[in-house]
Design a protein around this ligand. Structure first.
Ligand SMILES: Cc1cc2nc3c(=O)[nH]c(=O)nc-3n(C[C@H](O)[C@H](O)[C@H](O)COP(=O)(O)OP(=O)(O)OC[C@H]3O[C@@H](n4cnc5c(N)ncnc54)[C@H](O)[C@@H]3O)c2cc1C
Length: 392
């Protein structure tokens, strides 16, 4: 455990208890039914989680990023889908808190902190995912308003959220294109349409939707930071937090998979002894635990750097890349350790196996993380000795 103050320790203990008593008993059944967790969302509101990283002056808990990551780990030990409901909401809140005008912060953050306003991020489109600058959604100024037209795909919280960070081109001719991208705080209303819920491999229970904006009108007062052309930069700063969150999710899922595997290895007997006494099972357990420990330290390293107010995109990218590949491997090994029963829906390991791949894709695919890491290395650490130059 890193150095945490009493309030932070209390928070994490409360989340562990919430997960043990209220999430674990229902996660498997709700996931299989692909049921939206309305009651758990209400409980997460009561616990203040919708305001986790929102400043106290706007009613939030103002957790530092490291504590937030630890909270997300604990939630995902129970059910990863719950963290999806929080993450894009909090990335949006973080963007408003960091880049919004005073008036925007006062209007939106207190309601977001209680969960009355539930946020999401609308970046991805049918023809633009990794290549954010290729988005085609347009926001054309019309007096005091903007008129938005376009389609957004794969948007978390699309059905149950009500207030979104909508990324659009306010200047389609800008060169480079990123200078023409702006973010609007878009509340549901005429022209904002939920087209469909997209069926998925895992990450069930959370709404992932296709949205269309058809002559949707948004007030100029909802342009984040009251300045056009800053959206690309605003997204990227929010995604740093998002990548730490995704890495923390991986840790929660991997820890659950390891806990279940350890218990099973002690109980299940073959050839006259517990399978945990066979060396090949021990090797898997040892590798799983070692990789989890490494990822945990990487997440805290990135989070601590962000908490010190330093740029952490390289560290957040590394943590997300390593943790998500680790999580996929750990989930696969957990399946192996459980033998045929791991493949059945009677045990949660198959859920971890279906949840794990999302983390290799969300908040920037791992191929994109490698580009980000390499670019930072080449541009900022020309000798390649980044550990020393970054202050170890
Ligand atoms: C369950 C779920 C929830 C999501 N929630 C949200 C959300 O709330 N909001 C939102 O905006 N988006 C969301 N997304 C979308 C997600 O962020 C994108 O899927 C992701 O960014 C990748 O974009 P893409 O799917 O268009 O893939 P593409 O960009 O088309 O990439 C396809 C493949 O090409 C690779 N690739 C692309 N460019 C390069 C390159 N330059 N070099 C090497 N390889 C490259 C990619 O790594 C990938 O392997 C969600 C996705 C899922 C699955």
């Amino acid at each position: 455990m890193p150095q945490l103050n009493e309030a932070q320790r209390g928070m994490i203990a409360a989340i562990r208890e919430f997960v043990r008593r209220e999430v674990n008993p229902v996660a498997q059944e709700m996931e299989r039914a692909d049921a939206y967790p309305f009651e758990l969302v209400e409980r997460m509101k009561e616990l203040g989680l919708f305001g986790a990283v929102i400043p106290e002056e706007y009613g939030g808990l103002e957790l530092d990023v490291a504590s937030y990551a630890l909270v997300i780990e604990e939630i995902c030990r129970g059910w990863m889908s719950l963290s999806g409901i929080l993450n894009s909401h909090l990335i949006m809140a973080y963007m408003v808190a960091t880049h919004g005008t005073r008036e925007q912060k006062e209007r939106f953050l207190p309601l977001m902190a209680t969960g009355e306003k539930r946020g999401g991020i609308c970046i991805t489109e049918p023809n633009a995912g990794s290549d954010v600058q290729a988005i085609e959604t347009r926001a054309i100024r019309d007096g005091d308003e903007y008129v938005v037209n376009g389609t957004k795909s794969l948007i978390t919280n699309g059905r149950h959220g009500n207030t979104f960070a909508l990324v659009a081109k306010s200047d389609p001719d800008a060169d480079p294109p990123r200078r023409g991208i702006s973010i609007f705080i878009a509340e549901k209303g005429p022209g904002f349409n939920v087209v469909r819920d997209v069926p998925k491999l895992g990450y069930k229970g959370v709404d992932t939707c296709e949205l269309s904006f058809d002559d949707y009108r948004v007030s100029g007062g909802n342009l984040v930071g009251a300045e056009e052309g800053k959206g690309f930069y605003q997204i990227m700063s929010g995604l740093e937090l998002g990548r730490i969150n995704v890495a923390a999710r991986c840790l929660g899922v991997a820890r659950a998979a390891l806990e279940e595997s350890t218990r099973y290895a002690r109980q299940r007997r073959t050839f006259g002894k517990p399978i945990g006494e066979h060396q090949s099972i021990q090797i898997m357990l040892a590798n799983m635990a070692t990789q989890i420990q490494a990822a945990h330290l990487m997440v805290l390293h990135a989070a601590n750097k962000k908490d010190r107010g330093e740029r952490a995109d390289m560290e957040a990218g590394m943590a997300k890349l390593f943790a998500s590949e680790m999580c996929m491997q750990v989930a696969t090994d957990a399946l192996r350790i459980h033998g045929g029963y791991g493949y059945t829906q009677d045990l949660p390991v198959e859920r971890h196996f279906r949840d794990a791949p999302l983390m290799m894709i969300g908040e920037g695919t791992n191929e994109i993380q490698r580009l980000v890491i390499a670019r930072h290395l080449l541009n900022n650490y020309p000798t390649g000795d980044f550990l020393y130059e970054a202050g170890l």
